[in-house]
Design a protein around this ligand. Structure first.
Ligand code: ADP
Ligand code: MG
Length: 556
């Protein structure tokens, strides 16, 4: 039997493949399972147009079999199989995708999401195997073939008597080295984990014989082993189901299963987009702050699936920083992937998806604020600061998006209120939105500067977060009303006549006071705004006293 060499460039490409394209060796199993799933899909599509072909779902599956003794791992499928020519073409030429051709030839359009397209996935198996043997029998033929290769040197093809249509791929695993343990791919538990992680939503059952234990019949104290065939994947992803088939508990279970958090989410968002870009997404607004949330370590991002196959754990591009608390996943058939799948080829579709998600999250937060105030407050307690950072950062370009989501403590309501609520309560003659800054609500309430404004019956927003005033400065105006710190010189309030009129004879006293304060103040003057307090600090410029404190505490 003659050995055939891989076509010219293929040798170098194969080397590249095995050594550098994929970051995790374990993804070889995802690639082989994806191919098997594609192969079954192909029969399914053929059956749609061919009346002689019946597609009975139970006949189609993928089976994984580890064999510890022989150190082999087998991936079997009941898919469409390959003819001799297809074996030569598809497995003999790297970067040749039979699946891509199939899609083109059959002009498959929307909804037909065959995964393969690059013609390299198969070779990723050489990351873990010395020898790969493929036994296959194509649909509509009695003849089977056996293809075998030890990597770069080439491959052989011979006839092979295969009982059923489909493909069986045997990997002879590499010997363990100091850094690499290949035996783990024979471990039932490990294999199940890899399947769950990457291929949980492949639509056909991925079966495996798993070892179980039960009490012995004659002696309940002892256990005996038995083997049972088990379907490892959950097949139908929750995000493809209809919203009305799903309960709150289903979503909460998915949240927990996916380890998005240990809390119960405040709200879930289930999106199905059909427009410029098709995608399904399940997003969660968590209740609790992840322990590392306000640190550098926290990594934002959503899980990204391409046609049900996980390609990225945390895709950061899908979320703006100010919504970095959102957890969840996106599945799209419209992504153009780079050959390694972990890398996206270009991000036009991704940007569209991100834009949709941003809009949706905003509107869901607004509706939470409007309809489920308590829940929103709980959320805001955890993540309000992030929203305020969002207003302040990026030169304020997101203030429009975010300003209606902000809340501050109100002197009048004694609870958090929105800017909209504040403005709608303003008496007609009130010119500004007043705020006071301090370490705590208690301390702010004692500030002499608040006196005049409160006496007037005006509401004051209390800023206790460092970022509050910075965010407000960025917004500048809300519904045409400017923000004004109660410590600023001109409050825009006409004081009532009182006897504290600055008098000539005080000027000497004020000079002396300024000297005693060793010029730490610019000026000492009589104030018209105080009633119950003897003295207060005021500032003239744009930067308030509190902001000055924050600024001077910042590293230069
Ligand atoms: P891709 O899946 O991107 O096309 P692969 O290298 O994974 O590239 O596979 C190359 C081609 O080999 C596939 O397009 C398909 O035509 C064929 N192939 C691989 N595995 C199977 C299989 N289990 N059954 C049928 N055909 C297969
Ligand atoms: Mg493939």
């Amino acid at each position: 039997m003659a050995k055939k060499e891989f076509k010219a460039e293929s040798k170098r490409l194969l080397d590249l493949m095995i050594n550098s394209i994929y970051t995790h060796k374990e993804i070889f199993l995802r690639e082989l399972i994806s191919n098997s799933s594609d192969a079954i899909d192909k029969i399914y599509y053929k059956a749609l147009t061919d009346d002689n072909l019946k597609f009975n779902k139970d006949d189609y599956y993928i089976k994984i079999t580890p064999d510890k003794e022989n150190r082999t791992l087998t991936v079997l499928d009941t898919g469409i199989g390959m003819t001799k020519e297809e074996l030569e073409e598809n497995l003999g030429t790297i970067a040749k995708s039979g699946s891509f051709d199939f899609k083109k030839m059959n002009q498959l359009k929307d909804g037909y999401d065959i995964i393969g397209q690059f013609g390299v996935g198969f070779y990723s198996a050489f990351m873990v195997a010395d020898t790969i043997t493929v036994m296959t029998r194509p649909l509509g033929s009695d003849e089977g073939y056996k293809w075998e290769s030890k990597g770069a040197e080439g491959y052989t093809i011979e006839s092979y008597d295969k009982e059923y249509v489909g493909t069986e791929i045997i990997l002879k695993l590499k010997e363990n080295t100091e850094d690499e343990n290949y035996d783990e791919y024979l471990d039932e538990y490990k294999i199940q984990n890899i399947i769950k992680k990457y291929s949980d939503f492949v639509r056909y059952p991925i079966k495996m014989d798993v070892t179980k234990h039960k009490p012995k019949e004659d002696n309940e104290e002892e256990f005996e082993e038995y083997v049972e065939e088990k379907t490892i994947n959950s097949m139908v992803p929750i995000w493809r189901k209809n919203k009305n088939e799903l309960t709150k508990e289903d979503y909460e279970k998915f949240y927990a299963d996916k380890h998005y958090g240990f809390d119960k989410p405040v709200k879930h968002i289930h999106m199905k987009a059909e427009g410029m870009v098709r995608f399904n997404s399940i997003l969660y607004i968590p209740e609790n702050i992840p322990f590392d949330y306000y640190t550098q370590e926290y990594e934002k991002g959503l899980e990204l699936y391409s046609s049900g196959v996980l390609i990225m754990n945390k895709c950061a591009e899908l979320l703006p920083d100010y919504f970095s608390f959102i957890k969840g996943m996106v599945d799209s058939e419209d992504l153009s992937l780079n050959i390694s799948r972990e890398m996206l080829q270009h991000d036009r579709q991704l940007k569209l998806i991100a834009k949709n998600i941003k809009k949706k999250v905003k509107s869901e937060l607004l509706s939470l604020l409007k309809n489920e105030r308590e829940k929103y407050e709980k959320f805001y307690e955890s993540f309000g600061r992030q929203l305020k950072y969002g207003v302040y950062s990026d030169f304020g370009q997101n203030k429009e998006t975010l300003q209606d989501l902000l809340m501050f403590y109100s002197s009048k309501e004694k609870k958090l209120v929105t800017l909209d609520e504040y403005v709608s309560r303003m008496p007609e003659e009130q010119k500004y939105i007043y705020y006071a800054t301090g370490d705590s609500i208690d301390k702010i309430e004692k500030l002499p500067q608040t006196e005049l404004v409160l006496d007037k019956g005006y509401e004051i927003l209390y800023f206790t977060d460092d970022v509050d005033e910075f965010a407000i400065k960025m917004i500048m105006k809300y519904k045409d009303k400017e923000f004004k710190s109660v410590s600023s010189g001109d409050l825009g309030i006409e004081p009532e006549e009182n006897e504290n009129e600055p008098k000539e004879e005080n000027s000497k006293l004020f000079e002396n006071m300024k000297d005693i304060l060793s010029n730490k103040v610019k000026e000492v003057r009589a104030s018209k705004r105080l009633k119950n307090h003897p003295v207060c600090l005021a500032n003239d410029g744009e930067v308030s006293i509190e902001m000055e404190k924050v600024l001077s505490a910042m590293p230069n």
